[in-house]
Design a protein around this ligand. Structure first.
Ligand SMILES: NC(=O)c1ccc[n+]([C@@H]2O[C@H](COP(=O)([O-])OP(=O)(O)OC[C@H]3O[C@@H](n4cnc5c(N)ncnc54)[C@H](OP(=O)(O)O)[C@@H]3O)[C@@H](O)[C@H]2O)c1
Length: 212
């Protein structure tokens, strides 16, 4: 059982928090406003989610999921900088610019930008390359043992192993793509997925790995 905190429980955070709690983890919403619509909806989805102030939630957590809009990273993380030292921080954000372009002009990944804000946190990018409907439900029957792939990236091997394990528990095949700089490619994968889902008006698809 892990203690997991969520900063942001909207489309992405709520289903992940819900499913992780149902797997037996202690999941806490690090709520800036316990009465916000997303917090109330997450609690309606799963009343067993705990609520604490962001600082209290982060201090006791083994892993923290960041699932806010990318534009909110500074205001969300700056007050928690010290508390995040040494903690596993799962970056679920995507930075999206005009016309579904990369929000930082592909010069640097959003995840490395987050790492620069919280230098001593162990940032792992994960749960970003698909739309949230796949975090609610990642069952794709009819493919035998083949599991949907969850590509992750990060600099800290132990942190990546922890998050790979959570991915597995959630039914994904975790694929470690390399260090945090690889996040730039994951962010482009997300844009690809969003454009494809938009064009076919269907987000019910994921990637899988076939490997020799
Ligand atoms: N939507 C998708 O399918 C999808 C898929 C993969 C990745 N992503 C990425 O995941 C992130 C979240 O997307 P979403 O669709 O879940 O967003 P969302 O539904 O708008 O939820 C955002 C959450 O962040 C919280 N938040 C906003 N500003 C904050 C701040 N300054 N400090 C602390 N918390 C703050 C909100 O809390 P309040 O209720 O208090 O406002 C809310 O719980 C984005 O970066 C997005 O690019 C989205």
């Amino acid at each position: 059982m892990m203690k997991i905190a969520f900063i942001g429980v909207g489309n992405v955070g709520a289903p992940l928090a819900n499913r992780l709690q149902k797997l037996g983890h202690q999941v806490t919403i690090a709520a800036r406003d316990p009465q916000s619509q997303t917090v109330l909806s997450a609690l309606a989805l799963n009343p067993a989610l705990l609520i604490q102030t962001p600082l209290a939630a982060i201090e006791t957590a083994d892993a923290i999921f960041l699932a806010t809009p990318f534009a909110a990273i500074e205001s969300a993380l700056t007050p928690l900088k010290l508390a995040l030292n040494g903690k596993v921080l799962v970056d679920c954000t995507n930075t999206v610019g005009a016309n579904l372009s990369h929000g930082l002009q592909s010069k640097i990944s959003g995840s490395e930008t987050i790492q620069q804000l919280v230098l001593d946190a162990r940032v792992v990018k994960a749960f970003t390359i698909y739309g949230y409907e796949n975090f609610e439900d990642n069952h794709y029957p009819g493919y035998g043992d083949l599991k949907p792939a969850m590509l992750i990236a990060g600099n800290d091997p132990v942190a990546k192993a922890t998050i790979s394990d959570l991915c597995q528990q959630l039914g994904w095949e975790p694929i470690d793509t390399g260090n945090l700089a690889m996040s730039l490619h994951l962010e482009h994968m997300a844009l690809l997925w969003i454009k494809m889902a938009g064009a076919q008006r269907n987000g019910g698809f994921v990637w899988a790995r076939l490997q020799r």
